[in-house]
Design a protein around this ligand. Structure first.
Ligand code: ADP
Ligand code: MN
Length: 209
């Protein structure tokens, strides 16, 4: 079996998708029905991130980026000089710290994790990876209601149109554990919660060799 060293007695589920597709609402409902622990990674990343770190020189900026552990937010003011470029960095997302902090509970199992990204978690953590997908006009309304506008709104709609999270999940996890679910209506939501609840309750641990 894949992941031969796994010893958890309850499964870990990752719910991913573009913002507004219903990850948190779905994950909370599944957590309530199954007693899985809901982990909202956005909150953890927000708490751990470095805000307004000030001006970085181009080399440091590049180094941080390629470490793959810190993701520098797009809100960057570029210097005009192409050689001595400096960047004012408003936010650095510290994924490595968040992953270290989650290692213990993930090893234990019994978690439903929710985040709009999936490529920085260790692959071995998850028994099921769910990608929620929403029709674009429906998503437009949800994100507008949330107060998104301008490039923040259009970037997220593009993310959904180009199925970026599905692609990221395909690149990061085995096809065997991927599930794409439509999340347009309340009816979809109820079905998805039922599917994930059933899946979780019938999950049997893979024996360690
Ligand atoms: P995410 O965590 O993916 O950003 P949320 O769970 O916060 O999304 O949902 C965003 C909004 O859309 C909430 O108001 C929620 O009630 C609504 N919503 C989410 N999924 C559905 C759905 N399948 N049908 C109807 N409304 C939904
Ligand atoms: Mn959410």
């Amino acid at each position: 079996a894949q992941n031969g060293s796994i010893s958890r007695k309850r499964p870990n589920i990752l719910v991913t998708g573009t913002p507004g597709t219903g990850k948190t609402t779905t994950a909370l409902a599944v957590a309530e029905a199954t007693e899985l622990r809901h982990i909202n990674v956005s909150d953890l990343v927000k708490e751990r991130s470095l805000h307004d770190v000030g001006t970085l020189d181009a080399h440091t900026w590049w180094e941080w980026g390629i470490q793959g552990q810190k993701e520098i937010d797009d809100d960057i003011i570029r210097g005009s000089d192409m050689i001595n470029t400096t960047y004012h960095v408003l936010e650095v997302k510290c994924y490595a710290i968040v992953c270290d902090e989650l290692e213990g509970v993930m090893e234990e199992g019994g978690n439903i994790v929710d985040y709009h990204g999936c490529d920085f978690f260790p692959e071995r953590w998850f028994d099921l990876v769910v990608v929620l997908q929403t029709d674009n006009t429906v998503l437009y309304d949800r994100l507008s209601k949330r107060g998104y506008s301008g490039s923040k709104l259009s970037n997220n709609l593009d993310c959904e149109i180009f199925q970026m999270l599905l692609e990221e999940a395909r690149e990061s996890y085995s096809q065997d554990i991927l599930m794409a679910l439509k999340s347009d209506t309340i009816d979809d939501m109820s079905k998805n919660v039922a599917v994930l609840t059933d899946w979780s309750e019938s999950w049997i641990p893979i024996a360690a060799p």
